[in-house]
Design a protein. Structure first.
Length: 313
């Protein structure tokens, strides 16, 4: 067997569905860690997925991919939660809330029996609510538990802006903040392409920008209408987080983190650009928002807080 150049780290994925396996596949190709464990209530499914992934291992360097149980969380560096029900066509992420809260309540204590040091990344929707629930149930520090938040929305936003202005999305500096959902906010005031503010770009019009925001916000509904779920892009998003922590890259992603006074918001999980390094969420970046964006962010927080009150945690 060839010698692996992967880091001797371990990722446990809870939920071997479309998102969990797309993430596992992306992780395997990215060659970041040497151990990937899949856990699912449906053991046969997890087993089949592991077999399928292992059959590609000759072309990757991840040494060990296996189907496990919660005891495999011991010595894990990262636990990524993708377990749960997904949105039905037309269903908002918030409607999923109590169904997936119950699932999370059963998962978190089982993880904590075996590790209190792994970073826990929430992907299951509604991700902002579930990140908050995971923090409350686990009592872990806020840097250690975060949700994928609006990183996927931001990537969609950058893709659409890039396509409109004919620039690669990774040269577009733009963020979606707030809830990963219907109240998310596009920070148009901060968008830059190669240092050029948006309004100065050839092809800019307010109407086109609103179209792009609408398409960003409704992207998941559209994809779900056509193919019932979204999973490839989010698989890559979660891989980016692992890479940023594993390599201590200190990259900035808009993840769902527990706020502690930023913009006057406290005790709520939502997305603002955060610095991700070896300790997880190391800092919430002091982004500039105009009055309209700030109002949107606060409305997002209000919306989420209303839901907390209805939850049985
Ligand atoms: P899926 O139905 O394909 O997979 C979910 C898996 O979870 C299934 O294999 C199921 O058996 C498993 N599961 C259910 N309860 C479990 C439990 N208690 N313990 C262990 N495993 C359990 O769904 P999917 O398409 O993979 O979506 C998963 C979640 O990810 C959904 O909530 C979806 O909305 C969310 N999602 C989030 C984003 C994001 O940007 N945050 C993007 C896409 C999807």
């Amino acid at each position: 067997m060839k010698k692996s150049s992967c880091h001797p780290s371990k990722v446990v994925i809870i939920g071997a569905g479309r998102v969990g396996t797309s993430f596992a596949y992306a992780m395997m190709i990215r060659k970041l860690v040497s151990e990937i464990v899949l856990i699912d209530v449906n053991k046969e499914k997890a087993m089949g997925e592991c077999m399928d992934l292992n059959h590609g291992i000759a072309f990757a360097e991840t040494l060990n991919i296996y189907c496990g149980d919660y005891s495999d969380c011991k010595n894990a560096d990262y636990v990524v939660i993708t377990a749960g029900a997904s949105q039905r066509p037309g269903e908002s992420r918030l409607k999923l809330v109590q169904r997936n809260t119950e699932i999370l309540k059963s998962i978190i204590p089982q993880i904590l029996k075996h590790t209190t040091t792994a970073k826990i990344i929430l992907v299951t929707n509604p991700v902002d609510i579930l990140t908050y629930v995971a923090l409350k149930i686990s009592g872990l520090p806020k840097n250690q538990v975060f949700g994928s938040g609006t990183t996927l929305d931001t990537s969609r936003f950058r893709f659409l802006l890039g396509r409109h202005f004919d620039v690669s999305p990774d040269s577009v500096d733009a963020y979606i903040v707030g809830e990963h959902g219907d109240s998310e906010v596009a920070v148009f005031s901060g968008v830059q392409i190669a240092g050029i503010p948006l309004e100065k770009m050839k092809g800019y019009s307010e109407k086109k920008m609103m179209d792009i925001y609408k398409h960003t916000k409704n992207a998941a509904y559209e994809v779900i209408k056509y193919k019932k779920s979204t999973h490839f892009a989010i698989g890559l998003v979660a891989t980016e987080f692992i890479e940023a922590m594993e390599l201590n890259q200190r990259k900035v992603y808009p993840v769902s983190a527990l706020l502690d006074g930023e913009f006057g918001l406290k005790d709520v999980c939502l997305s603002l650009p955060c610095l991700i390094g070896k300790d997880g969420v190391e800092k919430v970046m002091p982004i500039d928002l105009n009055a309209r964006e700030l109002k949107g962010l606060k409305a997002s927080a209000e919306q989420l807080k209303k839901i907390y009150k209805t939850l049985k945690i």
